[in-house]
Ligand binder design. Structure first.
Ligand code: G3P
Length: 309
């Protein structure tokens, strides 16, 4: 994990130049203390997961994708559209990313225009690449072309499936409003291939995930301590690379860290200056939980019984 004194000043300066996220309510003298706090989005297509998070004031946006819509129960595109419309209406004015399913540029643009009509808070999610991999007849630059065409049409976009900083830069160059680096999938990949980068500075990652044997955890925890917590996993490093490049070139495309695997990646991404974190609802719900908070709360409640008359 990056230590606060390792955060380059220009990442902090970039955040200062970003728009206010939590405005002070009109007529109130108490200014919002976290005006430029990072945005927290829920990564889900399930409206019942979104409602409580919205009510608790935890989230200010939602991201969906076809997998999440399928998981939410959509069995047809028209049903998926209905569900997406409902989320867009519930979340307004907060942004909701809706992903395109068409694969040809002209059809994608038409689909984007139809989805954008759901509300002014719609952000169109466009896979940055992979088109040729799906169908060799498709143009491999379809994603960038569509991002650029939508920018020209004043439609906000979120370039998704970002796995390196060059993809992020090209998406920004094409006019993307947001880029979504999938840090968890990248970290998983590196871990699976036993890459050195996955000698992560993230002790809990090993305790909670994957190979997770005691022996593995112990070794990696020892490595973590030996490195004074200064190493990042490959996914977090990707976020750091993108925010640094964007800061270097004054790029205001927002860095939307996605595909979280555990709670420790949250502060790690924040220390790297991510603008937005999109987090699965169960992980978001659990973040306020801590064994010591629970224990402390129980003893406060117990002791407060002394005041009962
Ligand atoms: O927002 C991107 C996200 O849904 C991907 O997450 O967990 O499928 O890697 P995951």
């Amino acid at each position: 994990m990056l230590k606060p004194d390792q955060i380059p000043a220009h990442i902090g300066a970039r955040r200062q130049s970003m728009p206010v996220n939590n405005p002070t309510t009109e007529g109130k003298s108490l200014k919002h203390p976290a005006a430029k706090a990072p945005k927290i989005f829920a990564d889900t297509g399930t409206i019942d997961e979104i409602r409580p998070l919205l009510e608790a004031g935890i989230i200010n946006g939602v991201t969906t994708n076809p997998t999440l819509m399928k998981r939410a129960g959509a069995t047809s595109w028209s049903q998926a559209k209905e569900m997406m419309q409902e989320i867009v209406t519930l979340m307004a004015p907060y942004p909701v990313s809706l992903e395109l399913t068409e694969l040809q540029a002209d059809k994608m643009i038409a689909q984007a225009e139809a989805l954008a009509a759901f509300g002014s808070n719609v952000v169109i999610k466009v896979p940055v690449g992979g088109y040729e991999a799906v169908d060799p007849a498709l143009d491999k630059n379809t994603g960038l072309k569509v991002l650029h065409a939508l920018w020209k049409r004043d439609i906000q976009t979120n370039a998704t499936l970002i796995f390196n900083s060059t993809q992020a830069l090209f998406a920004a160059q094409a006019g993307a409003s947001y880029v979504s680096p999938f840090l968890g999938r990248l970290a998983d990949y590196m871990y699976k291939h036993d890459a050195v980068e996955m000698a992560s500075g993230n002790a809990l990652y090993y305790l909670e995930d994957h190979k997770g044997t005691k022996e593995n955890s112990r070794q990696h925890n020892t490595a973590y301590v030996a490195n004074a917590g200064s190493r990042m996993d490959a996914g977090v490093r990707l976020i750091h690379e993108i925010t640094t490049i964007f800061a270097n070139y004054d790029i205001t495309t927002e860095v939307l860290a996605a595909s979280f695997r555990n709670g420790v990646q949250i502060p790690e991404c924040l220390l790297c200056g991510a603008d937005i974190l999109t987090i699965p609802a169960p992980l978001l719900m659990g973040v306020a939980d801590h064994p010591l908070t629970n224990e402390g709360m129980k003893s406060f409640v117990e002791d407060s019984k002394a005041f009962e008359s």
